[in-house]
Ligand binder design. Structure first.
Ligand SMILES: [Zn+2]
Length: 86
C-alpha cells in the first residue's frame, strides 16, 4: 500500500522544490528530510549546478510545528514544509 504526502522546501535558494513521498517507506521525519534533500541534490548534480550543490550542502534543513505522527495522520492534501531559514 502506498500513502503519499507532499513535502516542499521553504528556503532562500530552493523554495518550491516539492516531492511526493510514500510515507510507508519511512520510519521518521529525519529520513524523509534526507530523502527530499537528496533528491534535490541529485537533480542539481545531474544538471552540473555545482555552485548550487555546494550551497545546498551548507544548509540545515528541518521542520517546524509538526512531527512524524502528524504526517501519518494528516489529510493527504496538506503540504509539509521543510525549512532552511533558521
Ligand atoms: Zn526553520
Amino acid at each position: 500500500m502506498s500513502v503519499y504526502r507532499k513535502f516542499s522546501i521553504s528556503c532562500e535558494y530552493f523554495s518550491g522544490f516539492t516531492k511526493n513521498i510514500n510515507i510507508e517507506e519511512f520510519d521518521s521525519l529525519d529520513e524523509i528530510i534526507v530523502s527530499v534533500v537528496s533528491s534535490l541534490e541529485s537533480i542539481l548534480i545531474e544538471s552540473n549546478l555545482e555552485m548550487l550543490v555546494k550551497k545546498l550542502r551548507t544548509l540545515n534543513f528541518h521542520v517546524h510545528d509538526y512531527n512524524f505522527l502528524d504526517v501519518l495522520t494528516s489529510a493527504d492534501n496538506r503540504v509539509f514544509y521543510i525549512c532552511s531559514h533558521c
